[in-house]
Design a binder for this molecule. Structure first.
Ligand code: CTP
Ligand code: MG
Length: 226
């Protein structure tokens, strides 16, 4: 079955606060976007990438992905959910895959074996995500006052890539629940099962400068795969 990965690079990186969106910042001399693309392709299980980015970055994104099996970029939207929807609709118009992965360009490290485990999980569920059990104690606060300590049993941090049977994810996006920060939540809202596979600490979503500094340290200590 054909497998296409949406590579989300249409954000502006407000929290990071750099002069350009974080997906263009470099780790070991290569843009995060290039790391993310190579990480998705490393196991040879993804046939093609579909980048999603701001129209003014299309040429730059295509250049960063040169030499890789990538379709021309499609224009993203105002929210992550809009950007995914636009990518899916582009795939629905041509070369529709059987399976689709959705990945943040701001996540440069996807451990080997992740994509295989996700695809295997799709045999028994229409969606699958990597996730890590929460280890810190959680507090719900209002302003600076603690309202409650939230039991962390059963709480997980969801990562990407997330994998789906293409028609199920497309239908979930077209159903249009608003405000989703990941794709699995749209399947959950539609009553579809989402399987969990083990996530990884090194699969950091670069959000603030400290995240990139931590990845640089891991890279220098050769604790990253590449
Ligand atoms: N993304 C996207 N389209 C959007 C918003 C986000 O494609 N309208 C992508 C980002 O490029 C990133 C991923 O979704 O790869 C995760 O989003 P996030 O970490 O929130 O990135 P930004 O939105 O760029 O950062 P911020 O929220 O700090 O502005
Ligand atoms: Mg954002």
């Amino acid at each position: 079955m054909r497998v296409t990965a949406l590579l989300l690079a249409a954000g502006s990186g407000q929290r990071f606060g750099a002069a350009e969106p974080k997906q263009f910042l470099t780790l070991g001399g290569r843009p995060l976007l290039r790391h993310a693309a190579e990480a998705l392709l490393q196991e040879g299980l993804v046939d093609e990438l579909q980048p999603v980015c701001a129209p003014e970055h299309a040429a730059r994104v295509a250049a960063i992905l040169s030499g890789l099996p990538a379709r021309p970029p499609v224009a993203g939207g105002d929210t992550r959910q809009d950007s995914v929807r636009r990518g899916l609709e582009a795939l629905a118009r041509s070369d529709t895959p059987g399976l689709v992965l959705v990945h943040d360009a701001a996540r440069p490290v996807v451990p080997r074996g992740t994509v295989a485990a996700l695809i295997a999980a799709l045999d028994s569920a229409p969606g699958a995500i990597p996730a890590l059990a929460v280890t810190d104690t959680l507090k719900r606060c209002a302003g600076d006052a603690i309202e409650a300590t939230v039991p962390r049993d059963g709480l997980y941090r969801a990562q990407t890539p997330q994998a789906f049977r293409f028609p199920v994810l497309l239908a979930a996006h077209r159903a249009g629940h608003l405000g989703a920060t990941d794709d699995a939540s749209l399947l959950e809202a539609a009553g579809e099962r989402v399987a969990i596979i083990p996530g990884a600490e090194e699969n950091v979503k670069v959000t603030i400068p400290q995240d990139l500094a931590r990845l640089e340290q891991l890279r220098r200590a050769t604790l990253l795969p590449r």
